[in-house]
Design a protein. Sequence first.
Length: 208
Amino acid sequence: MSEPDSDKVDLRSEIPRFRPAAPPPSFGEFVENMRRLQDLAVCVDATDEVYQQARDRAAELVELLAPYAAREGKGPANRSMDLPGRGSLLMPPFHVEKFDEESVVARGVLRRYHLGGGGVAHGGVLPLIFDDNFGNVVYAAKRPISRTAYLHVNYRKVTPLDVPLIIEGKVDRVEGRKTFITARLTEEDGTLLADGEGLMVQLLPGQP
Ligand SMILES: CCCCCCCC/C=C\CCCCCCCC(=O)SCCNC(=O)CCNC(=O)[C@H](O)C(C)(C)COP(=O)(O)OP(=O)(O)OC[C@H]1O[C@@H](n2cnc3c(N)ncnc32)[C@H](O)[C@@H]1OP(=O)(O)O
């Protein structure tokens, strides 16, 4: 018999039963501090003494948190709808502003942690933003649980850091199990940075 918190828990069953979390009051500030830490980890130029202290304090934090590791769908990360990136460090800190059958719009900034080179965003971050938007669009459009079969991004301009960005995605068309989605990433003034198209395929019973 597997325990509910076992690594073997059926993750697929968690997706349709997505349940928003009500995070404890300090969780949002904790996540923001962790984001700040990520920004610093990729940009500081410190002495070994400083890195020794940072190493030891990071180890203390690991020791504090490790006993509370829980299975997917239990902790507040990734499920805190009022926090940037749903409180997930994997996700860029975007807020969903519109979520309905017509479209899903999210706004946020990329920051130092997302730097590629030359002062602008890493190209690999954009598919993450598009994929998450596509997943939201599928939910919002009340399409069946689906996975990304392909995702195409056209990089039209370099994507700046620390500038408000907006992604808007919508269902383009549906063909049986297939939901085709299009999305645009813009600056607030409408400047197009990237557009994308993706195919989300409805999972069949038993598909992970
Ligand atoms: C209380 C409610 C609150 C709601 C709030 C909600 C908030 C939202 C919260 C959280 C959002 C989170 C958002 C995250 C979203 C992330 C999604 C992902 O990234 S998923 C991970 C990456 N994707 C994979 O790992 C897939 C791996 N691939 C597969 O599993 C299979 O390939 C699959 C299921 C995609 C298709 O496999 P087959 O065997 O079932 O089906 P076959 O027959 O191959 O394809 C079906 C049709 O699709 C076409 N097709 C499949 N792949 C294609 C491709 N690459 N290009 C073109 N066509 C393709 C085929 O030609 C076929 O078309 P013909 O029916 O014949 O017309």
